[in-house]
Design a protein around this ligand. Structure first.
Ligand SMILES: Nc1ncnc2c1ncn2[C@@H]1O[C@H](COP(=O)(O)OP(=O)(O)OP(=O)(O)O)[C@@H](O)[C@H]1O
Length: 604
C-alpha cells in the first residue's frame, strides 16, 4: 500500500476509484430526481448554466444522469468480474484435481477460448442468455474467465513442482486438499492483482455492450446506455457524449492503472519492512595491496528491518591463491559473494570502505562499466550446476556464447575454444559432450562444464559457492582438482565458499572463518591446527577423524547462530562459547596473532 501511495500514477488511480465509489454511493439519492426530471423546453441542448454537460432527448440533465449511472455501471462491472474470476479460477484449477486426460481436455478448451475474441464471446453469450443487463454481465464474465483460467493453470503448474507439494503428495494428501491448502494460497496474490485490471476490462466491455444496444435496456441506464442514447445527436450537439464518454474512459483508465501499479509493486519483491538505509562505511585508510586480485574492506550488506547479514567483512585474494570462506549455514558467506559480484537481491544495499577488482575501484565505476568489468573478470560457480546451465541449449553452444559475447570471437573459434576448455576440466570426449544437453551429463560433469564456462573468458577472480556440496566424495575430489588446476594455470585468484572446514583446509591457501556476518578468524590453511578462535576450533572439533568412535554421536556446537536481525553489541559467539568471560559483552576486533593470522576473540 505504501508503494502504491508513493507512485504518483498509482495514487491518482486510487483517488479516481475512491471518487467513483463515492459517487456510486451518494449519486442516486442526491441526484436521482434531477436526473429523472424531464424538461421538454431543453431537449438535446449543449452545455448551459443549468445543464453543464447538456441534456438528452427528453431534456434531462446529462451530468446528473452520468453521476447516477455510476452505481449501475460499477455494480455490473463488479458482478461480471466476480463471475470471470471465480469461473476462471475454478476452470484453471480443475486440471490439478481431474484425472490426467480430463485435465488435458480442460486445458485445451481454455486455450481455444483464450484464442477466441473476447467481445465476440461476450456477445455470443449475451445473445444466448437474453439481451439486457443480465445477459451482458454473464457475457462479459464468460469472456473474462478464459484469461483467468489460463493464469490460474500457469501459476498452479509453476508451484506444483515445489518440494512441499511433492511431500504432501507422498503423504497421500488428496488432490483437492493439496489444491485448496497448498496451491491456491500461494497463487492468490497475482490472481488478486489481475482482478483490478479485469474490473477495468469488464467496465469497458459492458459499456461497449450497452452502447451497441445489447446491454442495459431503457428505462435503466449505465454509461454505455447513455452513450448509445446520446450518439444519435452527436453531430448536432457534440457536448451530449462528453459526460458518459469521459466517465467510461476515466474509470477504465483508473482500474487499469491501479492493477498495473499493484502488479509493479508486487514484482518489486516483497513489501519492505521499512526503508533500507545504505550502510555507512568510512573509506579505508591503509594503502591498497598491489598483489590483490580482489580486495574488500568493511564490506557490509543491509536489508530492511535492520537485517545485516554481512558486517564489515574484509578479504584479500591474490593471484594464484585460493581463499576459503567457511562457516555454518546462514553465516553470510553467499551474501558476501553476492555483494562482491554486485548481485545482492533487491532491496539489499551494499557498502564498503574499499572494493577493488584487479586494482579497479568497483564503487567508482558507473553501473554499465562495473557490469562490464565483472562480466569479463569474474567467474562464478554455484552449488547447483543445473541452475547455471540452460537446459534447452547444448553445452558447447552455451560455452561458446561466452566467447562470442565477451571477446567477439567468431562462432568457429568460440566452438573450438569451448571444446578445449571442456578437455581442460578433464571431460573425456569433449567434442561429444559439447553436442550434448546438460541433462545428459552427470552432476560432476555438469559442475566441471560450469567451471569450463567460467574459464571461457579470462577471469581474474573465480568465486565458487559450495560447488561440491551436491556431489559425492570422489566426484567432489575431481571438481576440486579441476578448480585448483584452473587457478594454477590461469593465475586467477579464487574465493572458495564452503561449510566444510576439512575441504577448505585441503584445497585453500588461506581461510577466513565467518560467524554471524563477520570474519572471526583468518589464517593460513596449513595453520588450521593452530586455530585460536573457539568457533573455528569447534568447527574443526566437529569433524570425524579416522579414530572417531562411530558408535557415539559426532560433536556438535551447542546453541544457534544469532539471526542477522538481532546480532547484539558483544561477541556474537559468546552465548555458545565455553570460554566466554566478562569481556565478551563487548565485541572483540580482529587482532594479529602471528604471520597472516588474525583472530577476533578476547580469550583466544
Ligand atoms: N533476500 C534476503 N533478504 C533478507 N535477508 C536475507 C536474504 N537472503 C539471505 N538473507 C539472510 O542472510 C543471511 C546469510 O545468508 P547466506 O546465504 O549468505 O548464508 P550462508 O552462510 O551462505 O549459508 P548457506 O551455507 O546455507 O548458503 C541468512 O541468515 C539469511 O537470513
Amino acid at each position: 500500500m505504501r508503494r502504491l501511495l508513493r507512485n504518483p500514477l498509482g495514487l491518482a488511480a486510487a483517488v479516481l476509484i475512491a471518487v467513483l465509489v463515492l459517487l456510486a454511493l451518494v449519486g442516486p439519492p442526491l441526484f436521482g430526481d434531477q436526473a429523472a426530471a424531464i424538461h421538454p423546453d431543453r431537449i438535446n441542448q449543449g452545455a448551459s448554466a443549468t445543464d453543464p454537460l447538456g441534456t438528452d432527448a427528453l431534456g434531462r440533465d446529462l451530468l446528473a444522469r452520468t453521476v447516477v449511472a455510476t452505481r449501475l455501471t460499477l455494480g455490473l462491472a463488479f458482478l461480471a468480474t466476480l463471475i470471470g474470476t471465480v469461473g476462471g479460477v475454478l476452470l484453471g484449477a480443475l486440471p490439478a484435481v481431474l484425472p490426467r486426460r480430463a485435465g488435458r481436455l480442460v486445458v485445451a478448451t481454455v486455450d481455444i477460448l483464450v484464442a477466441f475474441p473476447a467481445l465476440l464471446l461476450a456477445m455470443f453469450t449475451a445473445v444466448v442468455t437474453g439481451l439486457g443487463a443480465r445477459g451482458a454481465v454473464l457475457g462479459i464474465g464468460v469472456a473474462l474467465a478464459p484469461a483467468f483460467a489460463r493464469l490460474t493453470h500457469t501459476l498452479t503448474a509453476s508451484v506444483a513442482g515445489a518440494d512441499y507439494i511433492a511431500a504432501a503428495r507422498m503423504l497421500g494428501v488428496p488432490r483437492r486438499r493439496i489444491l485448496t491448502r497448498h496451491i491456491l494460497p500461494n497463487i492468490a496474490e497475482p490472481l488478486i492483482l489481475n482482478t483490478a485490471q479485469s474490473m477495468g476490462a469488464a467496465l469497458l466491455g459492458l459499456s461497449a455492450m450497452s452502447f451497441l444496444g445489447m446491454g442495459v435496456q431503457a428505462p435503466s441506464y449505465d454509461w454505455g446506455r447513455l452513450l448509445n442514447e446520446a450518439f444519435g445527436h452527436v453531430y448536432v450537439t457534440p457536448a451530449v457524449v462528453v459526460a458518459p464518454a469521459l466517465a467510461v474512459a476515466l474509470a477504465g483508465l483508473g482500474f487499469m492503472l491501479l492493477g498495473d501499479t499493484f502488479a509493479k509493486a508486487a514484482a518489486g519483491s516483497a513489501e519492505p519492512l521499512g526503508p533500507t538505509r545504505a550502510p555507512t562505511v568510512p573509506p579505508a585508510r591503509e594503502a591498497p595491496d598491489p598483489d590483490a586480485v580482489l580486495e574488500v574492506r568493511d564490506l557490509t550488506v543491509a536489508f530492511p528491518g535492520g537485517v545485516t547479514p554481512v558486517r564489515q567483512v574484509s578479504l584479500t585474494v591474490r593471484a594464484g591463491e585460493i581463499v576459503g570462506l567457511v562457516g555454518e549455514s546462514g553465516s553470510g558467506k553467499s551474501m558476501t559473494a553476492a555483494a562482491i559480484g554486485r548481485i545482492v537481491p533487491h532491496p539489499g544495499l551494499v557498502a564498503s570502505a574499499r572494493s577493488t577488482l584487479c586494482g579497479t575501484d568497483l564503487d567508482a565505476l558507473k553501473p554499465p562499466e562495473r557490469r562490464a568489468l565483472l562480466g569479463s573478470s569474474l567467474a562464478m560457480v554455484f552449488q547447483d550446476p543445473t541452475a547455471s546451465l540452460n537446459p534447452a541449449l547444448r553445452v558447447g553452444g552455451q560455452l561458446a556464447e561466452v566467447a562470442t559475447q565477451h571477446d567477439g570471437a567468431t562462432r568457429a573459434e568460440a566452438r573450438s575454444r569451448a571444446v578445449r576448455r571442456l578437455s581442460r576440466v578433464h571431460i573425456r570426449r569433449p567434442e561429444q559432450v559439447a553436442r550434448q544437453y546438460p541433462h545428459e551429463l552427470s552432476g560432476g560433469m555438469r559442475q566441471r562444464a560450469v567451471i569450463a564456462m567460467g574459464l571461457m573468458g579470462t577471469p581474474r577472480l573465480i568465486i565458487a559457492d559450495e560447488p561440491t556440496t551436491a556431489l559425492d566424495v570422489t566426484v567432489q575430489r575431481e571438481v576440486l582438482r579441476v578448480l585448483r588446476e584452473a587457478v594454477d594455470d590461469t593465475r586467477a585468484g579464487a574465493l572458495f565458499i564452503s561449510h566444510d572446514i576439512a575441504v577448505v583446509g585441503e584445497l585453500c591457501d588461506r581461510v577466513s572463518v565467518m560467524y554471524a556476518g563477520r570474519v572471526v578468524e583468518e589464517l593460513p590453511a596449513d595453520a588450521l591446527h593452530r586455530a585460536r578462535h573457539p568457533y573455528t576450533r569447534a568447527l574443526i572439533g566437529s569433524l570425524p577423524g579416522m579414530d572417531t568412535d562411530r558408535s557415539r554421536p559426532l560433536a556438535t556446537i551447542p546453541g544457534r547462530q544469532p539471526s542477522p536481525a538481532d546480532v547484539h553489541d558483544g561477541c556474537p559467539f559468546a552465548d555458545r562459547c565455553a570460554s566466554a568471560g566478562a569481556r565478551c559483552s563487548t565485541r572483540p576486533a580482529l587482532t594479529t596473532r602471528g604471520t597472516g593470522h588474525t583472530v577476533a576473540c578476547w580469550e583466544a
